[in-house]
Design a protein around this ligand. Structure first.
Ligand code: ARG
Length: 571
């Protein structure tokens, strides 16, 4: 069991003993070191419910709680908080066990099938800055769920269907007549722009495009073959970005909107049969009483347009049916821009009402904010264009290369390039993950590439320090036990023993910035420890401290890996 659940369990039992069985123990990591290692905040609520004096009740809880051998001291503070200091011997045993454990002391959670849907780009265009956050956050969440023992299904719900694909296919046919379609496809954005120009300027072209949409939806083999060719070129471009960014996504994770095409009429009929459909301006809609507009009218969730066409929302209903019926998910995380929040609220409501998503299947919109420029508006290039993801990643590596070259001019270029890729991409990802995902943030190259503060370069450098010592000490007796005698040893061990608490919190709430904040506190605790507590002195190795270094390195490398960030042995 991780530390938090262990302490909560013991305090819940103590509360029950003093007549407050319903009260929540509310244990949390201490806000400040002077409050101890953990604090128990549940007494005030319990005292209020029982109409008792909180400090008196706190004393009774302390007398009742079974923490012998776990806590070194329990103290009442303020109106009735209980400050908990863990025993050195107990912490030493926890870190010792963690060091031997493949999961570093992080318990596995009850096994569930969890989908993390992320990236989900529209294939008509090139990937741009708007795809960065979802990709990075989704990938971290998928890694974390797997680490705590979940059956993870990564899903890339790409936009590969709809009217624009008729236009693109029409342009493929047209440009292949002039002989350079393949070449033109190399630049997706300009291909899209040119086909849009043709669509807008030439009614005959537009008619052909619309005809292709119908043929595509009807499964016409020739049009389908052209469409597949387009999708494959576009996916190749995405895969190159995923690889450079170090995302786990592969072709096996792609299940695009087109996949649900055949189910759309079926599900609309299912809604109709249940009496959930109404007609509104010729469209088929589900009215949602719980979402009213300013005029007090219920929202209309459109599932079929006038004329019979289906929409993004219809496809999402199809996806839920598949995920519930075929994949039997316990939990589905949609890592998508916060601006789609209303869509997801309504989608989930309709899916529940129609029985497409059973009550036991958790549906969560993991919303993320937007990346802003220094002007506080969504980040653009200097000329005001959308920032292409490929260009951004190149720039990250280029900037890191300059930095690395300044620091290590004596290294050969290939090594500097390799380090720069790890540092540059790491910096970009860490800068994103360390922010609260729900809010916007301002993009800042200098801040993310700084070697100080809560940044990837700082963390990566801190990791190399934990490893440096093992190049000096090779021969040591692993069976020598860990002993915590000094305050800095205790603080570091406490941080290391908290890994499970933090990973479980992120697995539950999908907020990776808590893992970043945690790793940063591990790094700072290590730094203080390393300065105050010599590992090597007068040719003698302090094995207990060496083992703390080893676990620190493992926790940092594993924690960063859960965020999708690589480490280096030297830099
Ligand atoms: N392709 C969509 C877009 O770019 C995002 C899809 C999100 N996922 C979903 N199931 N709706 O806006």
């Amino acid at each position: 069991m991780s530390l938090l659940p262990l302490l909560n369990e013991r305090f819940a039992a103590a509360l029950a003993q003093v007549g407050a069985a319903d009260a929540q123990p509310l244990v949390q990591a201490a806000g400040r070191p002077e409050f101890g290692d953990y604090q128990m905040n549940g007494v005030m609520g319990a005292a209020k419910a029982l109409k008792r004096n909180p400090r008196e009740l706190a004393q009774q809880v302390i007398d009742a709680v079974a923490l012998q051998g776990i806590a070194a001291s329990l103290e009442i503070a303020g109106p009735g908080f209980i400050n908990i200091k863990l025993a050195d011997a107990f912490l030493a045993e926890r870190v010792e066990t963690a060091l031997q454990d493949a999961h570093l002391g992080v318990p596995q959670l009850p096994r569930q099938t969890v989908m993390v849907e992320y990236s989900s780009v529209n294939l008509a265009k090139e990937m741009h800055i708007g795809h960065l956050r979802g990709g990075i956050i989704g990938d971290a969440l998928a890694r974390i769920q797997a680490f705590v023992g979940q059956d993870v299904i990564r899903q890339n719900h790409v936009g590969d269907w709809g009217t624009q694909f008729g236009m693109l296919v029409a342009y493929m046919v047209e440009s292949s007549k002039t002989g350079n379609a393949a070449l033109e496809l190399g630049d997706l954005d300009s291909f899209y722009k040119k086909s849009k120009v043709r669509f807008d300027e030439d009614p005959a072209f537009a008619d052909t495009a619309r005809e292709y949409v119908v043929k595509l939806q009807g499964g016409d083999p020739e049009v389908l073959a052209l469409w597949k060719q387009f999708v494959s070129v576009s996916m190749t471009h995405c895969n190159a970005i995923y690889q450079k960014l170090g995302l786990l996504l592969t072709d096996a994770d792609v299940r695009g909107e087109s996949f649900y095409n055949d189910d759309l009429p079926v599900l609309v009929e299912a809604l109709r049969a249940q009496g959930l459909l109404s007609e509104s301006d010729g469209a088929q809609v589900v009215f949602l009483e719980e979402f009213r507009n300013k005029e007090g009218d219920p929202a209309a969730f459109i599932v079929q347009k006038q004329g019979g066409g289906y929409l993004y929302a219809t496809t999402d209903l199809g996806a839920i049916r598949f995920r519930a019926g075929e994949l039997k998910l316990d939990r589905c995380l949609y890592v998508v821009d916060a601006r789609q929040a209303l869509h997801f609220q309504q989608l989930f409501t309709v899916a529940r009402r129609a029985g497409f998503a059973p009550a036991g299947m958790q549906l969560e919109h993991i919303a993320h904010g937007t990346i802003m420029g220094a002007d506080g508006k969504p980040l653009k290039t200097r000329s005001g264009d959308t920032v292409k993801l490929g260009d951004l990643l190149d720039e990250a590596e280029e900037r890191a290369f300059k930095l690395v070259s300044d620091k290590n001019p004596e290294l050969d270029e290939a090594s500097r390039r390799a380090i720069a890729a790890t540092v540059g991409i790491g910096a970009l990802k860490y800068a994103d993950l360390s922010k609260n995902r729900g809010t916007d943030y301002i993009f800042d190259w200098d801040a993310m590439l700084s070697f100080e503060g809560n940044t990837a370069p700082y963390m990566q450098y801190a990791y190399t320090r934990t490893q440096g010592i093992f190049r000096k000490v090779t021969d040591w007796n692993e069976t020598t036990p860990i002993q915590l005698n000094e305050a800095n040893e205790h603080s570091l061990a406490l941080e290391l023993a908290r890994f499970g608490d933090v990973v479980h919190q992120v697995a539950r709430d999908s907020q990776p910035h808590f893992l970043c904040a945690y790793l940063y506190s591990v790094a700072t605790a290590f730094s203080r420890f390393y300065e105050a507590c010599p590992v090597l002195q007068d040719g003698q190795v302090n094995v207990s401290r060496l083992k703390l270094c080893r676990l620190t390195g493992k926790v940092m490398a594993t924690g960063l890996d859960l965020l999708g960030i690589k480490v280096l042995e030297t830099m």
